[in-house]
Ligand binder design. Structure first.
Ligand code: ADP
Length: 492
């Protein structure tokens, strides 16, 4: 154990690191719609190497059942009282990559869709929250810290502290990690009272009321012992009214207990030296394989196969958060004037999907958009592209820019949240840097950053240095895990 941890433990009068249970709506590789799943899937593995017994509790979604049903061990079941509803909850256990995952089973709530949307989604995760609290005393595991993630599990501390007086749940410590403050779990007072038996006294601005609604995330921010988010810059940003989405008040009030920890990526999954999903392998010192990946990407996606033409790529949810309106604004100008190819993999808002379909028609052979979710193609894009575009309006952490750098693909990002904390802008005087960036949410600034990247692309020596710098950056999860261990210890 690190000396720092030993000292921290000593100051708390303890010898052991705390056991931790991560509660999350999704967990890779079992279920995944975005970065949250990656973090919850990877963090426990890294915590284990530090000596922390970290386990996960997550819904038993149909996608997990389809793949892992024969590996799952049934533990016990009980009934959850959700207002007037009495719902079955099975607890199943699965070992995956050395990590124990508890799965909460209910065919009705956890079927084909991880998120139902609307009020139904609130009910889905109110059920999950209640099931976790009711299951805790009977698990074959006694955590000291419950690590909640986003609004789906943000109500755990409030329910534990207000509805389980004297129980083991009340004595636990709760960490709430905000992966994206834009999603908060808002519901009417009536529904909050019905579904989770919330008392009137808690439906006030002091506790979980925000703008006339009950708000799960606010409840979490008030009752969790520590609140953190996924980058130091985002932690600062969400304390302002531009980024805080109404929660800046409570976060400012607890500023001394709010922190930011940059996520890491799974270096085994995203490894250009061994990745089974790419056609040729390479590393920082030997990059011929990257050229082969580029050719394969161009060929597979119907782009003109030309090693000289730079490929700009995006793998993303197509929402306003990801800066798609900026792309729509200047794409024609760029495609019309510059010698470049553009590749997009993503899905989301219909208007952006349609914009990209139409653009593909206009620039056949130079622009390709694959509308949908495709893990294999994502890896090929990270490996085969030259530049990775991420002009987000806000970005709590962002994993894609780190993955891109690991594959020697140079990120072009807006300086916000985790993008600002992970991409070092290229400095033409010192040669330092791992990418390109622009400050304001402005299409012309983004266009200029792309032009700067195109300029550097023509200078092979500088481009080589940039790629080498980007591939040398260490975004492994070990560093994040150490910071989380520190956070758990501080919360005890
Ligand atoms: P967010 O969690 O906000 O969507 P991140 O950059 O943190 O964004 O993480 C997104 C993750 O999901 C990355 O691993 C990215 O490669 C993956 N991803 C996003 N869209 C797709 C898609 N259409 N197909 C395959 N992978 C995708």
């Amino acid at each position: 154990m690190k000396k720092e941890f030993r000292d921290l433990l000593k100051s708390k009068g303890r010898r052991e690191l705390p056991a931790v249970l991560l509660a999350s709506a999704e967990c890779a590789p079992l279920s995944k719609t975005g970065g949250l799943a990656d973090v919850v899937g990877t963090l426990p593995k890294s915590l284990k190497t530090l000596g922390i017994d970290a386990r996960v509790i997550t819904p038993y979604h149909r996608c997990i059942k389809n793949k892992y049903a024969d590996k799952v061990e049934h533990m016990f079941y009980f009934y959850v009282q959700l207002g007037w509803r009495r719902e079955y909850a099975g607890i199943e256990k699965l070992e995956i990559d050395g990590v124990t995952v508890y799965l909460v089973d209910n065919e009705h709530y956890f079927g084909d869709r991880i998120y139902w949307g609307g009020e139904g989604e609130i009910e889905q995760y109110a059920f999950f929250t209640r099931a976790v609290l009711d299951a805790l005393p009977n698990l074959d595991f006694a955590p000291e810290v419950i690590h909640c993630n986003d609004w789906h599990t943000a109500m755990l501390p409030m329910l534990a502290k207000t509805q389980y007086p004297g129980g083991m749940q009340e004595r636990l410590r709760y960490i709430l990690t905000i992966h994206n403050i834009a999603f908060q779990g808002k519901l009417s007072f009536g529904f909050a009272k019905d579904i989770l038996s919330i008392e009137d006294k808690y439906l006030t601005p002091e506790f979980m009321e925000l703008n006339g609604c009950a708000n799960f995330m606010k409840g979490g921010c008030v009752f969790a012992d520590r609140v953190n988010t996924v980058s130091p810059s985002y932690a600062r940003e969400i304390m302002t009214d531009y980024y805080g989405e109404g929660l800046e008040g409570i976060l400012n009030a607890r500023a001394h207990e709010v922190s930011g920890i940059v996520n890491g990526i799974d270096k085994d999954v995203f490894n250009p030296r061994r990745d089974p999903l790419i056609p040729a392998h390479y590393d920082r010192g030997h990059r011929r394989g990257k050229a082969a990946c580029k050719a394969a990407l161009q060929e597979q996606m119907g782009l003109e196969v030309n090693p000289e033409t730079p490929i700009f790529a995006m793998v993303t949810r197509m929402t306003e958060q990801k800066g798609f309106d900026l792309v729509a604004c200047v794409l024609d100008e760029l495609m019309g004037r510059e010698d470049m190819q553009f590749m997009l993999l993503g899905s989301g808002d219909e208007r952006f999907e349609n914009f990209m379909r139409a653009a593909e028609y206009r620039y056949k052979g130079r622009l390709c958009s694959y509308i949908g979710y495709n893990e294999d193609l994502a890896h090929l894009i990270y490996a085969g592209s030259d530049f990775y575009l991420m002009p987000s309006r806000f970005e709590p952490c962002g994993l894609s820019q780190m993955i891109a750098m690991r594959y020697g693909t140079i990120p072009i990002v807006r300086e916000t949240g985790g993008l600002r904390d992970t991409v070092l802008p290229y400095n033409q005087f010192t040669g330092e840097g791992t990418g390109f960036s622009f400050a304001n949410y402005d299409a012309w600034e983004m266009r200029d950053a792309i032009r700067a990247a195109l300029g550097v692309y023509r200078n092979k020596e500088v481009m080589d240095t940039l790629i080498s710098n980007a591939m040398a950056a260490d975004f492994g999860f070990d560093r994040s895990a150490e910071e989380y261990a520190r956070l758990y210890l501080c919360a005890l």
